[in-house]
Design a binder for this molecule. Sequence first.
Ligand code: PMP
Length: 354
Amino acid sequence: MSRFFVEKYKNLVPYTPGEQPKERKFLKLNTNESPFPPSEKARKYASDAAERLQLYSDPECTLLHEEFAKLCGVESDCVLATNGSDEILNFAFMAFCDESSPALFPDITYGFYPVFADVNAVPYEKIPLAEDFSVEVEDYIGKKGTVFIANPNAPTGLALTVEQIERIVASNPDNVVVVDEAYVDFGTESCIPLTKKYDNLLVTQTFSKSRSMAGARLGFGIGCAALINDLKTIKYSTNPYNINSMTMAAGVGVLLDDDYTKENCRTIAENREYLKRELTSLGFTVTDSKANFVFAKSDKVSGADFYTALREKGVLVRHFTQERISEYNRITVGTREQMDTLLDATRSILEEKK
Ligand code: PMP
């Protein structure tokens, strides 16, 4: 730390992103990226946009907002594109949380939430998940604070129903409820339709997972026009050109190739169920993940040892040291071939443990 770093950030513990190794070629199953390339139109539109990089990107994201709003079945002033969904989440912490509206989220969830709270000097409370890692809906009913719920949750993959989320939203009319739908496309119902009924619901989504665009950095917020306007105030007060023109063009392209996205999601969901079945038959406990990852623990090898042994065999998964989940690993679902490579490595690790 330099002697110039301001006092308010001196104790800030930043978020640790999943490893992006450069020194060795791993089978990368650690950051929930898609195993499939971006859609053809996404690539073509991005490359056309590269021809005009001397110009600023459209700060209003007009075409992208229109196309995404169409897909969501909402008006285009009810969506806001951001630089990854991390940015819209940060905007939500800035716009809707303070001393009188502390942030509330589960004890086991996306690890960035407490960091967003800290960097914005927002107080927060972690609400423990049930023993089986499910979100206890009752714990969020009528709570005074801005609720953040990842649905499906990460890293457990467990999802609430739209009816359960609606109960939380309806019971907190004076607080914003943020539903982070980063993994919704792999088999959960979206809460977007509820944004027409409730002015306190913000849904966030990402193009990083189901739309194979993690490197392009594109996310969205969907809510009533007034909520979206607040988030626009934050955007125009920080970085009006937050979406670069290649990403903006790629975003439009992938939305026009929606059949490709749907097909990829179907394949991932099938491979997820296959991976769950195979790991279960090897003695693993797996959660009923609805996301593009499986959360698994073995009865024969510890979470940390399994992570290390897989790494030695060239397979990278995500291990969390947090006490309640330290026996688990989060494994990104990829192609069937990738899943078989992971399973072969797992079988030989279990064999070596005998
Ligand atoms: N929410 C959750 C639950 C996530 O796991 C992630 C991915 N790390 C994000 C949001 C952010 O994704 P991105 O910024 O790539 O859109």
